[in-house]
Design a protein around this ligand. Structure first.
Ligand code: ADP
Ligand code: MG
Length: 222
């Protein structure tokens, strides 16, 4: 279970702390999905970064199945980020010089065993699941926008994370690819029984999530 408990976040600036989130709380059980909406600049990405342990909360706690990454050793925290959380960003952020398959296995570079044959097999399986079995050897420049985002989704899932975080995953795609990628995300979420949290501006996409939240004036409302 994901528990976000009275999380506040401010960024230090030359003119003093800039408050972004104020006592934000939410809880999601395994298998649940939540859409986060809200105007640009309202702190949606910041909230995802705090949930995914990329940024520490200024106060409050985030726990995944009872574990708080900010109480862990640096090594355990790195393992937490690479295995228990998957991130998909608006821009696919694939490495241009690597093939689709190589991109999918990159998070495993920091896994204890590294990129084993089992990891490569899992990556092929994931590429097949996102409909790209025959694109494994393509570089990002040889893929369409929707296909790149599918590779990014496969990469986010390589560590079999219990929590999948997506920051405007269809924001850069045309309508047809956006619908396909959104459908894929919902299917994968149902199959893998993860917790899915996605930031989106699309009411159609948000409508397919079990829970909907809106960030407004630094508070999260449902
Ligand atoms: P959203 O994703 O909803 O558009 P963000 O979470 O990206 O919003 O940003 C929320 C606010 O926090 C913005 O005003 C942004 O300028 C500010 N912000 C984001 N990151 C930083 C940072 N590292 N330092 C200072 N301010 C930041
Ligand atoms: Mg954002």
């Amino acid at each position: 279970m994901l528990r976000v408990d009275r999380v506040s976040k401010s960024y230090p600036t030359p003119r003093g702390p800039l408050a972004i989130l104020d006592a934000v709380s939410m809880s999601l059980d395994r298998g649940e999905s939540a859409a986060i909406m809200g105007p640009s600049g309202s702190g949606k990405s910041t909230l995802l970064y705090v949930i995914g342990a990329l940024e520490p909360p200024t106060s409050g706690t985030v726990t995944l199945d009872g574990d708080d990454p900010w109480t862990m050793s640096e090594q355990a925290q790195a393992a937490f980020r690479s295995r228990r959380v998957g991130f998909v960003f608006q821009d696919h952020l694939l490495l241009p010089q690597l093939t689709a398959l190589e991109n999918v296995v990159t998070p495993a570079l920091v896994h204890p065993g590294g990129v084993t044959d089992a990891v490569r097999d899992r990556a092929r399986e994931l590429l097949a699941q996102v409909g790209l079995a025959d694109r494994a050897d393509h570089r990002p420049a040889e893929l369409s926008g929707g296909e790149r985002q599918r590779v990014a989704i496969a990469r986010a899932l390589i560590g079999s994370p219990g929590l999948l975080l997506c920051d405007e995953p269809t924001g850069n795609l045309d309508r047809t690819s956006a619908a396909a990628v959104a459908g894929l995300l919902m299917d994968l979420h149902a199959q893998l029984n993860t917790i899915l949290v996605a930031v989106t501006h699309s009411p159609a996409l948000a409508g397919r999530f079990g829970r909907r939240f809106e960030l407004d004036a630094r508070r999260l409302v449902s």
